[in-house]
Ligand binder design. Structure first.
Ligand code: PAF
Length: 268
């Protein structure tokens, strides 16, 4: 099986994408932080249906981690990731931190609207870090379409807002969450869970599915063994504002041991 070409610089990425565009190809981008699992591969499969050439970016973005968070221990498995991508990916963009944030880098994109509350209450640095790197990735790759998982639902809405506000010429696709057999949303951070924690983590999805209210879900999560519930919130699915007549979403962030997990789903 042919393996994907790996490029470490924005210039090399631009040159290859420019060649494709000249040949009339439609380009898709899957931004990731690596440690790829079946959830990421499903994003690649989905974008493949919508593009002729697929770029996967692999970059553990320091700007979206606070100093006390898991940037240093975040799994970095580039060789295995590239091997997993062999089918269905033409190009892997794997820049260094210096390439993305050169000496003197001093810009930051702050998104309001859907970035307010929820994750921001607990990780105030997070969405500016995500918005800045995603804007850089989109401007570097100039894809026709880019895909993000619904597992990070608030992130997906923030990216849609960013793209609309900056009038970036790219279609943003949201893809459904892939789950383990017990319902745990697939995430690179699941690798941190020991066996006891993994068993508890599997309850998150079921508690949210059966939630009668935010309070009841919080109680049930603590009873299931989670050490802390950062939030359980039922929100308007389009804006993440207070729930209205339209579709609603339940979102939660919890901790088990030292691992923080998030999940969300549509409220029927
Ligand atoms: O969801 C992620 O993996 C990251 O937040 C993203 C979108 C690749 C930006 O670093």
């Amino acid at each position: 099986m042919e393996s994907a070409e790996i490029v470490p610089t924005v210039n090399a990425l631009r040159a290859r994408v420019a060649q494709w565009r000249q040949a009339g190809a439609r380009v898709g981008l899957v931004p990731t932080m690596g440690a790829l699992h079946a959830g990421h591969l499903s994003l690649v499969e989905e974008i493949r249906k919508r593009s002729d050439k697929v770029v996967v970016s692999i970059f553990v973005n320091p700007a979206q981690f606070a100093p006390h968070e898991d940037f240093d221990r975040y799994p970095r498995t580039l060789d295995a990731d590239v091997a997993r991508l062999a089918a269905g990916t033409e190009l892997v963009f794997a820049p260094s931190v210096r390439e993305m944030y050169p000496e003197g880098f001093a810009s930051r994109i702050e998104v309001g609207g859907p970035a307010s509350g929820l994750e921001t209450d607990f990780r105030p640095h997070f969405f500016a870090g995500v918005a800045t790197v995603v804007a850089k990735l989109l401007i570097a790759a100039m894809p026709d379409v880019a895909i993000f998982g619904e597992k990070d639902y608030q992130q997906l809405l923030v990216i849609r807002r960013l793209v609309a506000d900056l009038a970036l010429p790219v279609e943003i696709v949201g893809a459904p969450t892939l789950r383990e057999p017990d319902g745990l949303a697939m995430s690179s951070r699941n690798a941190y869970l020991g066996p006891r924690e993994r068993a508890i983590a599997g309850r998150l999805n079921a508690v949210l599915r059966d939630a009668a209210s935010e309070e009841a879900a919080t109680r049930d999560l603590l009873a299931a063994g989670f050490d802390r519930v950062d939030y359980v919130a039922i929100r308007d699915a389009a804006t993440l504002g207070a729930p209205s007549e339209g579709p609603k979403r339940i979102l939660a962030a919890v901790r088990v041991g030292t691992t923080r997990l998030i999940d969300n789903m549509a409220v029927p």
